[in-house]
Structures are given as structure tokens and as C-alpha cells.
Design a protein around this ligand. Structure first.
Ligand code: G3H
Ligand code: 13P
Ligand code: ZN
Length: 333
């Protein structure tokens, strides 16, 4: 048993309470490799933003859970070395799908876990979430749960249509499970293709796709039911056009990729939405930078020469999110 407290990590309780009060959101960035982690930590340290490092099932398969945890432990020390005196870094399991997995993360030094039982029937979601909460809370590890189903692919759970969270269920769910935060479905989805072209309109000037707005009425109704309760938005990448263009310009093929417009996320961050999950945008930045080097310098074969620019572009992206979208800068001095 390793306590996250010994590793210098923090859970989400205080972070979320402050974020809701302050009208900003905490960035939850997924990481799978060293360059992503370096970029996240540099951006967070420089802006003094609390940050959540997320480890998905895909990340655990790719990079190994043990290695990722030690990397997060190293990240705390790296943050201090960068001059961030009191780093507020949370290590979070993203989309945990079983009690055993959540338990293993709690036992191994994660400070927060998500149990995503949203694809199960309501009562089963409650039972599994409650079991995880009871275990995690013994060690002061916070638990995110999910109610409602996001469109697209949620790890291995595929759902063609989204089922918005039902506001009439949230009080019962939060009370009976004891979860610390709730991921909801209001129109976001995972990946770089969040809406089909048919769901969008076209900007007559640019010809670019304009996605439909998020269901803020559903969010408002949820906040009315659960005043001050921490709400989480998954699938919140914006799919920046500049990265998509760069990828396409340098030999990639991402036709009609579309994300959540930043102004919608800015609006959400000011509400009880206090955790915003971003993964795809970092993948796009990484890929765009690597493709550019490969196209311009076909003789390059030192990975540092293409992973370095990728890291720089991701750092720029993370800073932009922190400062211009979520507003979490300066909240972890
Ligand atoms: O929620 C999905 C995240 O973007 C992680 O995806 O399992 O491919 O790492 P992944
Ligand atoms: P994006 O695919 O929009 O980056 O969402 C990531 C996410 O929700 C991770 O849990
Ligand atoms: Zn997610």
C-alpha cells in the first residue's frame, strides 16, 4: 500500500471546491509518455495551475501502470525543480471499469479514481460506484462517477448516440453513491470527430463546420438539483483547426474533424463544471509537429528532433487551455 500523500500528490476535494467558488475549471490532461508529461508539468508550473494527470486504460496498456505512476511521482519533483514551490498535482485513473482496477490504483498511489459504470443499468452503476467510493474514501482518495452516456467511443464501450444525463436522477445518484464528482453527458464526446457533418452547420464564409451548442439547459438543471456539486466534462477537446490543417498539409488525412468550441468550454468552466478532460488536442498537436519535421527534414532520424518540437507545441497548447479557456492559472501558487 502506497499513500499518494507520501508521493506529494493531492486528491481533488480542495481543488474542486476552490474551482467552483472561483469560477474556473481544473485541466485534466491524459498522458501516455514522457514528452506529454513534461509539457503538462512545464505548462502547469509556469502558470501555477493545479492539474490532474489522467491515466486511461489505453495508457496503461501502452506505457504500463507502474511506470506511469513513477513518472507522476517524478513529475512532482520535476515541478519543484522548475520553481513551483507547492505543486498541486493529482494522479487520476480515467474511465476505470472495475472495482479491482480502482482498488489497485488506490493501493498504488493514485489520489483520485474514476469508476465509469455509466454503460450499466442505473442500479448497477450505483452499486459499483458505491463499492469503489467506500474503499477509496478509507484512504482519502476521491472518486469521480458518471451518469449518462457520451456519444462516440468511450474506451471500449461504443455508443452511437449520446444519452444526456437525466437531471432528475442526479440527487439520488450522488447521495446513494457518495461520489465526489459527477461526469455528465451534455453533448461532448471523445475523439477528434465529435459531430458528424450532418449535425453541424457550415460557416458560409469559411466553409468550415460549426458544431451544435452543448446542452446548457441540462447542465443548469443538474446544477439546480445539486448546488455546488463538482461536475466533470469528458470529451472536451476543441480540435484546433490549425493542428488539423498542419496534419493535412503534411500528409495526414483528417477530413471534417470537429471539436467543442472554446467559448462553450469557457462558459462551462465558469459554472459548477470544475474538471475538463482534454486528450485529443494533445494528440493532434503532437502529430502535427512530428509530421512537419518529417515532411521538412526527411533525413531526420533522431527521435529528440521530432519529439522535441512535439513537446514544445503541446506545452503551448496546455498553457493556452489553462490561461485562455479554463482560467486555472494562478490558483496553485
Ligand atoms: O477517454 C478517452 C481518453 O481520450 C483516453 O483514450 O484509452 O485511447 O488512451 P485511450
Ligand atoms: P477528448 O477526446 O475530447 O480529448 O476527451 C478526453 C477525455 O474525456 C478523457 O477522459
Ligand atoms: Zn473521458
Amino acid at each position: 500500500m502506497v499513500s499518494y500523500k507520501e508521493l506529494g500528490l493531492v486528491n481533488t476535494r480542495e481543488m474542486f471546491a476552490k474551482a467552483i467558488k472561483g469560477g474556473y475549471a481544473i485541466p485534466a490532461f491524459n498522458f501516455n509518455n514522457m514528452e506529454q508529461l513534461q509539457a503538462i508539468i512545464k505548462a502547469s508550473a509556469e502558470t501555477k495551475s493545479p492539474v490532474i494527470l489522467q491515466v486511461s486504460k489505453g495508457a496503461r496498456n501502452y506505457a504500463n501502470q507502474t511506470l506511469l505512476r513513477y513518472m507522476a511521482q517524478g513529475a512532482v519533483e520535476y515541478a519543484k525543480e522548475l520553481g513551483w514551490e507547492h505543486p498541486q498535482i493529482c494522479l487520476h485513473l480515467d474511465h476505470g471499469d472495475s472495482f479491482e482496477l480502482c482498488k489497485s490504483c488506490v493501493d498504488f498511489g493514485f489520489s483520485s479514481v474514476m469508476i465509469d459504470a455509466s454503460s450499466l443499468p442505473y442500479e448497477e452503476n450505483i452499486a459499483l460506484t458505491k463499492k469503489v467510493v467506500e474503499y477509496a474514501h478509507k484512504y482519502d482518495v476521491t472518486v469521480e462517477a458518471e451518469l449518462g452516456v457520451l456519444a462516440g467511443v468511450e474506451d471500449e464501450v461504443s455508443s452511437a448516440v449520446s444519452h444526456y444525463t437525466k437531471p432528475e436522477e442526479v440527487v439520488d445518484f450522488a447521495t446513494r453513491t457518495g461520489c465526489d464528482s459527477l461526469a455528465i453527458s451534455i453533448g461532448t464526446s471523445h475523439g477528434a470527430y465529435k459531430f458528424t457533418p450532418e449535425q453541424c452547420t457550415r460557416d458560409p464564409k469559411t466553409g468550415k463546420l460549426v458544431p451544435p451548442p452543448l446542452a446548457f439547459d441540462v447542465l443548469d438543471a443538474i446544477m439546480e438539483q445539486l448546488p455546488g456539486f463538482p461536475i466533470v466534462l469528458h470529451g472536451s477537446s476543441s480540435v484546433p483547426q490549425e493542428y488539423v490543417d498542419m496534419i493535412n498539409q503534411y500528409g495526414g488525412k483528417l477530413p471534417d474533424a470537429v471539436g467543442i468550441p472554446e467559448e462553450q468550454l469557457r462558459k462551462a468552466a465558469k459554472s459548477a463544471v470544475c474538471k475538463i478532460n482534454i486528450d485529443s488536442d494533445s494528440r493532434l498537436a503532437f502529430t502535427a509537429a512530428v509530421r512537419k519535421v518529417f515532411a521538412e527534414k526527411p533525413g531526420e532520424f533522431d527521435p529528440r528532433k521530432y519529439c522535441g518540437p512535439a513537446r514544445d507545441l503541446m506545452e503551448e497548447l496546455y498553457k493556452h487551455k489553462i490561461i485562455n479557456v479554463l482560467g486555472s492559472n494562478g490558483h496553485a501558487e
